[in-house]
Design a protein around this ligand. Structure first.
Ligand SMILES: [Zn+2]
Ligand SMILES: [Zn+2]
Length: 160
């Protein structure tokens, strides 16, 4: 898999099942990568990296339902507007206009992050797949319903 100009390879970020801390794992060229939790040291084996950097399935849970969103830091966005609001009186409101333009520019420049509907793992640095659209509540609900169905096996439901 080729690295981009900045030397950053694709990465996956997800929450540790044991302690809930965020684990960031680089996705390398090797067949299997392992993410190690910085909190408790738990190791989470990851699925093999996709061919040609095109992500088809979640690298944590293997689910094929993924959505794409902008990798936007909400705190940064709110900070820009809070600062603009403070400056709006001395600048006659021009700072708010500048913040709006800056926000729009940042949004265009920001990379995409591909998120798993099932486990919420965030995949960065992969090639965008046409199969993955914006977040869809209906898909999220169907994935949640399927997850519940897996928890209660059908045979148990019949007997119960
Ligand atoms: Zn942990
Ligand atoms: Zn997943």
């Amino acid at each position: 898999m080729s690295r981009d100009a900045a030397g950053r390879g694709p990465t996956v970020a997800f929450a540790c099942d044991r302690c809930g801390r965020a684990i960031f794992a680089p996705v390398g060229d090797g067949p299997i990568d392992v993410g190690r939790c910085p909190g408790c040291g738990q190791e989470q084996p990851l699925r093999p990296a996709p061919q040609a950097g095109r992500l088809e399935r979640c690298l944590c849970c293997g689910l094929d339902r993924l959505y794409v969103q902008k990798d936007f830091n909400r705190k940064l966005g709110l900070g820009i507007f809070a600062l603009a609001a403070l400056l709006s009186v001395p600048t006659w409101g021009l700072s708010l206009l500048a913040a709006t333009i800056l926000d729009a520019a940042l949004y265009r420049l920001l990379p995409d992050v591909t998120v798993c509907y099932g486990c919420g793992a965030q995949h960065r640095g992969f090639r965008k797949s046409a199969a993955h659209g914006a977040f869809d509540l209906h898909v999220a609900e169907s994935v949640a319903a399927r997850a519940r169905a897996v928890v209660i096996p059908e045979s148990e439901q019949v007997r119960g």
